[in-house]
Every structure is written in C-alpha cells, then in structure tokens.
Design a protein around this ligand. Structure first.
Ligand SMILES: Nc1nc2c(ncn2[C@@H]2O[C@H](COP(=O)(O)OP(=O)(O)OP(=O)(O)O)[C@@H](O)[C@H]2O)c(=O)[nH]1
Ligand SMILES: [K+]
Ligand SMILES: [Mg+2]
Length: 494
C-alpha cells in the first residue's frame, strides 16, 4: 500500500515532461549571467534633481566599499549619507545617500547597492565610471535587473510583465491594471487553476495505480471529471474577455464617424485637447483618416477622425469615404456624430440607417463593436424645447462649441471603455498579452483531449499538458508545490 502511494506521489510530482523555467521559489539554477555584478543608472536620463544608480551581484558590497572608502558598509536597508570618491584617483564625486541590500532580501535576490546622487550628467557619469573600474563589475543590459529577480524567484513571469506595463503606463486605468498584475493577481489565478489540475491528475494517477482497490475512495474519476468541467467554464469566461486586457495595454480603437459637417473633427479636437483636425464650415473638410492616441476618461485609446459619409461626391472625397468605412469596420467603439439641428437631412437619415441602427446602438447585443450616438450642436436647438429626436436610439446631446453635455458624454465614454477594456478597479484580473491567451487556449484544448481520451494514461497526459500551459503563464510551477498539494488535499485508503 505505501509503496503504491509513493509511486503515485512521485508520478504526479514528475510534472510535464518538457524542460521547465525556474520556479517562483527559485529553482536553484544560476541566474543568467550570474557571477558578474551589474550596474546601471535606474532613474531617467538627463539633468534632474536626484539620479539613482544601482548594482546587483556578489561584488556589490565591494563596490560600495570602494566608492565610500574608508567607511564600512552601512547597516542593511538604512539610508546613509556618504562621500563618494573615485577609487582610482580618490577624487571626490558627490555627497550621496547610499543603501545596502544584502541578498536575498533585495529586488533581484542578490546583494544590491543603491546610490542616490545629484542628477547632473557629470556626477552620474563620474559615478558610473568609478563603478566600472571596480573589479567584477560591468554595465547592466536592458532588463537585466528584472531578469535576475525572475531567475531568483522574486517575481513570476506575469509579475515581470506587470512591472514592465507599470513603467510604460500612460493612463490611470493602465496603471491600475499593471499594479494589479505586478501584485500577482493573474499569477495567483493561474496557480489556483494549476492546483485544480494537479488534484485532478492525482485522482487519475491514483486510479491508474490502485484501480478497483477497495482502499480507494468512491468516485475518484468522477471527481476529476467535475474538476475539469469547472475549470473549463472558468477558462472559457476568461478567454472571452481576452481582448479587453490587450486593449487596455495598447488602446481601444475609437472611430468618430457621421455625415459631413456634423462636427466630427470638432469632437476629435475637443477629446484630444489639441487641433488634430481641420475644422471648417465646408462639408467634406476631412478626407484622410486622422489618428491620434488619447487618454479618454483614464483609458488609452487610438482616436480616428474620418471623412463625412455621403454619396455623389468627387473621386478624392469618395476615396475618403471608402477609407472611413474601412476604419469603421475595425472600430472597437464608434462615436456616431449627428448634427442635432439637421436630423431630417438625407445624409443624417442615411447614416442612421446604414451605421447606427445596424450596430444596434444602446442594445446589449453580442457583437463586440460598440456605438455611442451623439447629437452635436445642441446649442442650435431652441432652448428648453422638446427632444428633437424621440424616435432615435439612445443618444446624448452635446455642443462642441459651448461644451454643454461634455461631462455626461465623458461619463458615457468611460463606461463604454470600461466595458471594452475591462475595469481594472473592479473586474477580474485581465489577460494583457497574447501569450496569456495562447496558453489559456492551449490549456482548454488539452482539457478537450482529456475528455476524449480513450484510456487513463492518455487522460493523465492531457492533464499534464493542460497544467504545463498554466504554469508557463507564470513561468513557474515546481515539484515541491505538487507534493504539498498531494499531501494536504489527497488521501488514499483513509
Ligand atoms: N453651432 C455649433 N457649431 C458647431 C459645433 N460643432 C462644430 N460646429 C461647426 O460645424 C462646422 C463643421 O465642423 P467640423 O468639425 O469641421 O465637422 P466635420 O464633421 O468634421 O466635417 P467634415 O470633416 O467636413 O465631414 C464647423 O463650422 C464647426 O465650427 C457645435 O457644437 N455647435
Ligand atoms: K467641415
Ligand atoms: Mg472633419
């Protein structure tokens, strides 16, 4: 019996057969390029108040001592004021705050030192040159500090991605999302799913090993099946959302469209707070698609101005109309603009019939393309008069000229974008990269193979493949983890 249990444990723990990246706990494998101590300017380039230079690697302590001689290393993780000098010439370089982070309690897990120097270019280059003269030190390559942190199990792969996104975040929603990912929410979710698969795998393996053994709990395989089914539902829901996280990283495509002279370019200029497009009383002013990246109510978007849609025009404008229609097909969100004082015109009616109504304005249909209908030039309507358009789909009144209705419009826009990009203040963790989507799909496919497997060995293999996809999302998943789960949650022959 015990021999059997050990076989089971050992087999489930063996994990996927492909070579694995390092685990979160640190694989014990050496970090890439470890041995060398790296240094770099970690704050931005150029003249600034304070610049931060840091080192990582075994010679960090030596580097700190060399530049602050004759003083000893400062106490760990306590900022100390020191005179920095060039160890070769003993020439003073700057008075700086220095910090000493002995590994493994540091960002990279290695010995690290940080120098907060005055941000003049000569000071920075003097300190960098002094560090370069210390034996065992070399300049860091791009991303090398973070790479070492990953190799030492300080960050999972999704956390590394979150960190990169945080550094590049330009809008509030992007920052929130990146911080959540850096905090490990996506890793946590994937680890939970992987744990479920480990349990299911342990159940199947137990059945292979003990078969009809009466020590085995009833319904072991049914339990594995139901765990797999639940996981499929969860993964499916996440995959349906997959585009949202990617939109949040790279910006939703928002296309402004409508008949000529509705005020599309006026709206684009208002939203981007700069004169992107020419505005004029002449219909047919905008011909090409004009694109501009903007922060719309905290969400990143690529805003496109387009030519007014109408027929019976010259070849140049016609080409503009063709381009506008093509861009409309690619839109995540259409801002449909009509002139509120001109709703009965042929071009307004045509636009309503061909674009607004088919897109199902305001209706929660299944299509991923969304549309917000805006009646511009509300200032031209008689004050306090009845709604000029009771038969129209849901819409908002706006005046680009006076700004009236802008707050309501921005709030509606925020809701649309939150639906498109996922709301990082409230929603579940998003899949921000194609890589995440690829592995989730791979996992789901493998679960499909599990269900169709003709024998238990193939079923177990499918579960291993599925689990491999999940652990690759976080770049980890080691055998200790699996052993823990088996001992904690699984019992044979109780
Ligand atoms: N009264 C009033 N006029 C507006 C408003 N918004 C825009 N206009 C005017 O309407 C005219 C057309 O504005 P545009 O922004 O060029 O309109 P468009 O839809 O981009 O026009 P095309 O590119 O030619 O299709 C300009 O004279 C604007 O000043 C508004 O809210 N109220
Ligand atoms: K115009
Ligand atoms: Mg225009």
């Amino acid at each position: 019996m015990w021999r059997g249990l050990w076989t089971l444990v050992a087999r489930a723990a063996r994990g996927p057969r492909s070579p694995r990246p390092c685990t979160r706990q640190g694989s014990g494998a050496p970090a890439p390029g470890s041995g060398a101590t790296i240094f770099a300017l970690s704050s931005g380039q150029g003249r600034c108040g304070i610049a931060v230079i840091r080192t990582s690697g075994p010679a960090s302590g030596q580097a700190l001592r060399s530049l602050t001689a004759p003083r000893d290393l400062p106490p760990a993780r306590k900022a100390c004021l020191r005179l920095l000098s060039d160890p070769r010439s003993e020439e003073p370089l700057d008075h700086a705050l220095v910090l000493w982070f002995p590994g493994p309690q540091s960002f990279t897990g290695e010995d690290c030192a940080e120098f907060y120097v005055h941000g003049g270019p000569a000071v920075v280059s003097g300190v960098l040159q002094a560090l370069g003269s210390v034996p065992g030190l070399r300049p860091a390559e791009a991303g090398e500090f973070t790479r070492r942190a990953f190799a030492h199990g300080k960050l999972s792969l999704t956390e590394v991605e979150g960190l990169a996104d945080l550094i590049h975040a330009e809008t509030e929603a992007q920052r929130r999302q990146a911080l959540r990912q850096l905090d490990g929410e996506l890793s946590h979710l994937c680890r939970g799913w992987a744990e479920t698969l480990t349990k299911a795998l342990a159940h199947v393996e137990a059945y292979i090993d003990f078969g009809e053994d009466d020590n085995l709990e009833e319904g072991v395989l049914d339990q594995a099946d139901s765990e797999v089914r639940e996981l499929e539902v969860a993964l499916g829901a996440h995959l349906r959302d997959a585009r949202r996280g990617q939109r949040l990283r790279s910006g939703a495509h928002v296309v402004v469209a409508g008949p000529p002279n509705a005020g599309k370019s006026s709206l684009v200029n208002l939203l981007s707070r700069k004169p992107v497009s020419i505005v004029s009383p002449e219909p047919g002013t905008t011909r090409d698609v004009l694109e501009t990246p903007v922060d719309l109510a905290g969400f990143p978007a690529l805003l496109s101005d387009t030519a007014g849609l109408r027929e019976g025009v010259g070849p140049v404008e016609q080409e503009g109309v063709r381009r506008a229609q093509k861009r409309l097909e690619q839109a995540d969100l259409i801002l449909a603009v009509l002139d509120a004082s001109d709703l009965a015109s042929a071009s307004s009616c045509n636009f309503l019939d061909t674009v607004v109504i088919p897109a199902g304005a305001g209706s929660p249909n299944g299509s991923s393309q969304r549309l917000l209908l805006v009646l511009n030039k509300s200032d031209l309507l008689p004050a306090g008069g009845p709604d000029p358009s009771p038969d129209l789909p849901p819409h908002l009144l706006l005046s680009c000229l006076t700004g009236k209705g802008l707050d309501g419009f921005l709030e509606a826009l925020r809701k649309e974008l939150a639906a498109l990009c996922g709301d990082p203040s409230t929603g579940p963790p998003l899949l921000t990269r194609a890589r995440h989507q690829h592995h989730l799909q791979g996992c789901l496919d493998a679960l499909g193979h599990y269900k169709q497997a003709k024998d238990l060995a193939l079923a177990a293999e499918a579960l291993r493949v599925a689990r491999g996809h999940l652990t690759r999302i976080t770049g980890g998943g080691g055998t200790e983890e699996i052993l823990d789960i088996i001992f904690r949650d699984f019992c044979v022959g109780k």
